[in-house]
Design a protein around this ligand. Structure first.
Ligand code: BGC
Length: 266
């Protein structure tokens, strides 16, 4: 993939899938804005890894100036989103790629979900994506350029996940946001797609990873027989961010080892 000359913002990139996406995009030559909310040390770690990529960029055409930049912002707060995007543009001069990766989930039986937890999940996972995308599109309109939006969704934009109803609602909403915006943004030369991971080995799954019984049951449900790695997701995001994906919009690609459509009778 060749992303030389492109600038990408990856929300929630101090760890997990977001960090892997940043590294992959940087490896393809893009300049990257690393966003974090509560893990500055994770963002610094991502930045150090970007800097270490050094001479390995696509066909050795690495950006000569600084390639990574960290910005603190809570994606659940629209004012902070506006500041994040403004600061990114101010720092690198423009943005070409937006990866809406930041996401949270809260475990609770439906009848015990608090309003605060519902709001926290919906504000980051759906409202934040809506407004980050809006501000990004306004920037592309003002500068009369095309661009690419990639949302990190989940198998749970389709698949029920008991005790995570707000999370599922946010990802189901993300599915329709992407379908709708694909139509509305196409005349502007802007594409938008969802990448939908299954069970990936990241901090969002810490509890599950530490529970051998639950982990074993989950692995039995994954036809490819393993958890996904952040890089499995990042590879696809990098493709969707490249010119090779110019004709793809409004769709969801699952990266789930076959989990979503697995049905077997024992
Ligand atoms: C969730 C994980 C879950 C996985 C597979 C992801 O969207 O964040 O908690 O393990 O889906 O169910």
């Amino acid at each position: 993939m060749n992303l030389n000359g492109k600038v990408a913002l990856v929300t929630g990139s101090s760890q997990g899938i977001g960090q892997a996406v940043v590294l992959r995009l940087a490896n393809a030559g893009a300049k990257v804005v690393i966003n974090y909310r509560s893990h500055p040390e994770g963002a610094e770690d991502t930045l150090a890894k970007v800097e270490a990529i050094g001479g390995n960029c696509f066909m050795a055409q690495c950006p000569t100036a600084q390639q990574g930049y960290t910005v603190k912002a809570d994606l659940g707060n629209v004012d902070e989103i506006r500041q994040l995007i403004a600061e990114s543009i101010q720092h690198f001069g423009k943005l070409d790629i937006l990866v809406n990766n930041a996401g949270i989930e809260k475990h609770a039986a439906f009848w015990e979900v608090t309003e605060a937890d519902y709001d926290a999940v919906m504000n980051v996972n759906l409202k934040g994506v809506f407004f980050a995308t809006q501000v990004f599109v306004q920037h592309l309109l003002t500068t009369q350029r095309s661009g690419k939006i990639i949302n990190i969704s989940s198998v749970h934009e389709e698949l029920p996940f008991p005790n995570f109803t707000a999370y599922c609602a946010s990802k189901g909403g993300m599915k329709m946001l992407t379908r709708n915006l694909a139509i509305e943004l196409a005349p502007l030369g802007i594409t938008i797609n969802n990448v939908a991971p299954g069970a990936i080995e990241t901090p969002i799954n810490t509890k599950l990873l530490n529970n051998p019984e639950k982990l074993g049951a989950l692995l039995n449900n994954i036809p490819l027989g393993r958890l996904g790695q952040p890089n499995d997701v990042a590879a696809l995001v990098t493709f969707l961010a490249s010119d090779d994906a110019d004709y793809i919009t409004g769709t969801t690609v699952f990266v789930d080892g076959g989990l979503l459509w697995n049905y077997q009778e024992q």
